[in-house]
Design a protein around this ligand. Structure first.
Ligand code: NDP
Length: 296
């Protein structure tokens, strides 16, 4: 079998077009411009790249982008004061504090200071609780993007066995919640899981969110399964580096029914879903109907 490639880049472009159209309507009909604030503390090079890319795409869909770059030695009190200011600013509908924060700052404390209605990353404890109880939440962007691609590929996910490898708060756990919400039978695997290969082989949907280059090989994949590779790993390639996922793409693609590539799979959908969440937050803040297809 040769897998269908799930083209995250194309999905993301389509979602951004839909968002841009809705933003233009909001501006014309309501005089409202959705605003996204991104707070970056310190100079982590990977975070710099993400923040730049987020800012560029925010502007491209017609939203207002606000960037707050704070020194690595910023105190917790100073950072919390910035979050408080953004919470109170009516021009800002979404707030994202780029993680990881420098070690002296308590990420949980900072994230939980964000107004849950503006928490476009979906990491605030209120949104985690709302998602876990099947209520209207802000949904974390990476799993939201994965679910959108899975729904588009499969239609209904009901009754399928989904195996999520990884149990982080950012990807693995919310991914499992979303799949459960779509009536999958969900298994969550992690570093202590026994017989991992065997469990993966029983999956109709296999989501890899581990952070280990090409750990999941074709012989772990059930023939015809859908494989979603969340991993982003930089590996040496001669004197250069290249990006690979948590799945060994060629061997898995020879067995799977469908697979997301790295790069060009889950990654582009993550930023598109951040914009989708910002638009959702704007509509909710103004008691306007939410356009279809932006969230779950
Ligand atoms: P974390 O490091 O927070 O979590 C990794 C998870 O993988 C943990 O639950 C860990 O288990 C599990 N794990 C580690 N080693 C193994 C193993 N040998 N076998 C089984 N499970 C294992 O990572 P994240 O969830 O934040 O990210 C996962 C990957 O996704 C990374 O490559 C990251 O770069 C990428 N990512 C990509 C995004 C995108 O937009 N495409 C966005 C966010 C992340 P345990 O809990 O037992 O330690």
């Amino acid at each position: 079998m040769v897998a269908t490639i799930i083209d995250g880049k194309a999905f993301a472009a389509e979602l951004r077009d839909k968002i841009a159209m809705q933003v233009a309507r909001l501006k014309a009909e309501q005089g409202i411009t959705p605003g996204l604030a991104v707070v970056l503390v310190g100079e982590d090079p990977a975070s710099e790249v993400y923040v730049r890319s987020k800012g560029k795409q925010t502007v491209e869909v017609g939203m207002a982008s606000f960037e707050y770059r704070l020194a690595a030695e910023t105190s917790e009190a100073e950072l919390l004061a910035v979050v408080d200011r953004l919470n109170a600013d009516p021009e800002i509908h979404g707030i994202l504090v780029q993680l990881p924060l420098p070690a002296h700052l308590d990420s949980d404390l900072v994230i939980n200071r964000i107004d849950p209605a503006k928490d476009v990353d979906g990491f605030h404890i209120s949104n985690v609780g709302l998602l876990g109880t099947g209520q209207k939440a802000m949904v974390p962007c990476t799993p939201l993007g994965c679910l959108m691609m899975l729904r588009a590929h499969h239609g209904s996910l009901s009754g399928l066995h989904a195996v999520v490898v990884g149990r982080s708060n950012i990807v693995g756990k919310p991914m499992a919640q979303l799949l459960l919400g779509d009536s999958c039978t969900v298994t969550i695997a992690h570093s202590r899981t026994r017989n991992l290969a065997e469990i993966c082989r029983s999956a109709d949907i296999l989501v890899a969110a581990v952070g280990r280059p090409e750990m999941i090989t074709g012989d772990w994949v059930k023939p015809g399964a859908t494989v979603i590779d969340v991993g982003i790993n930089r590996v040496a390639d001669g004197d250069k580096t290249r990006l690979v996922g948590d799945v060994a793409f060629d061997s898995a693609a020879a067995v799977a029914g469908a697979i997301t590539p790295v790069p060009g799979g889950v990654g582009p959908m993550t930023i598109a879903c951040l914009l989708a969440n910002t638009l959702t937050a704007t509509c909710r803040a103004n008691a306007l109907p939410e356009p279809a297809g932006l969230t779950v």
